[in-house]
Write a protein that binds this ligand. Structure first.
Ligand code: SF4
Length: 319
């Protein structure tokens, strides 16, 4: 899939030929710094790209059905029923003026054939499932009466309301305290397995990926640069950018002020360098990297877009 933004000065490519799949009950982590195109990928899947952004190539399929060309009204129904969303700020998804029970009941009744009483019973079930204490007593309260962590649990209940096949979770724990983050990650993992729901977990935090995801796609400047099972990528990150992200996970007890960071910044969309877009920041860049762009090459269960590995595969071997 490719997402582009036409501007007066030309067309900017925000997501460049990105391709992946998700299986039921699987968490795919999509990681990268801000501006990598990871949220844009999620918004494109869910049909919420800000104009004038548009999907310029490729296709998005859910269960064999193409969904990137649905008319807006059909996509609106599709969203919620078959794809749920969780955003960084729970208040984006919750209406402050409505009781949480009414919001969840409305979502259930929009997408499922249930009367008010059945929908209310399902709402209570969902709130219990996501760990809202005393849910029966609290379900008629308003969003501001809950803490940030509890509000995010309510949003998760809302995302699950119609039993979707896919949930797009965009930085769902970023706004929360560290101890609450871990609880929300555990909750997402459990719900994903219990409901057989696929989750695309978008985050800038490799630590969250290590905790939660089954597979990871590392994005840089609109492209996937490494894709593979989390365990393999953590044990043996191949792409120099992935290694940089791995180095930015604090070890237990490590002083977080002395983290190894990747020098430099993600390029702007209108200034993506030729060759490998990571080359100005890459400690291993070679001449070739500045002129030729490496494609994603599959190696076993993983794939990597880096000339170091393309040459290895060709038998040239680079130390
Ligand atoms: Fe670094 Fe070159 Fe690999 Fe890009 S292709 S990550 S610049 S070694």
């Amino acid at each position: 899939m490719t997402v582009e933004f036409p501007t007066r000065k030309g067309t900017l490519i925000a997501v460049d030929d990105v391709s992946f799949d998700l299986q039921p009950g699987e968490i795919l982590g999509v990681v990268g710094e801000s501006g990598a195109g990871k949220s844009m990928t999620g918004y494109a899947i869910i049909g919420l790209l800000d104009r004038p952004g548009r999907i310029a190539g490729g296709r998005i399929e859910l269960d064999g059905e193409r969904i990137d060309n649905l008319p807006p009204e059909k996509m609106r129904r599709f969203r919620g029923r078959r794809i749920g969303a969780i955003f960084q700020d729970p208040l984006t998804s919750l209406n402050p003026l409505l009781r949480i029970s009414d919001q969840i009941i409305e979502t259930i009744r929009t997408h499922m054939d249930m009367d008010e009483r059945q929908a209310r019973a399902r709402t209570l079930e969902l709130l219990n499932e996501v760990g809202i204490p005393a849910a029966a007593e609290r379900m008629d309260e308003y969003p501001h009466q809950f803490s940030g962590g509890m509000r995010q649990r309510i949003v998760i209940a809302l995302a699950l309301a119609a039993n979707p096949q896919l949930i797009i979770a965009d930085e769902p724990t970023t706004a929360l305290d560290v101890s609450i983050q871990a609880q929300i990650i555990r909750l997402l993992k459990r719900l994903c397995k219990d409901h057989d729901t696929a989750i695309m977990l978008i985050t800038h935090d490799m630590g969250v990926i290590a905790e939660a995801a089954d597979r990871v796609a590392v994005m840089y400047a609109g492209r996937i640069v490494e894709l593979g099972p989390v365990r393999d990528v953590i044990k043996d990150a191949k792409h120099p950018y992935t290694k940089g992200l791995m180095d930015s996970i604090p070890a237990i007890g490590q002083d977080v002020r002395v983290l190894a960071q990747i020098k430099g910044a993600m390029p702007r969309l209108n200034a993506i360098p030729p060759g490998c877009s990571f080359n100005p920041r890459c400690p291993q860049a070679m001449d070739r990297c500045r002129v030729e762009r490496p494609e994603l090459i599959t190696q076993g269960a993983s794939a990597v877009a880096c000339w170091l590995f393309a040459e290895e595969e060709a038998g040239v071997g680079v130390a």
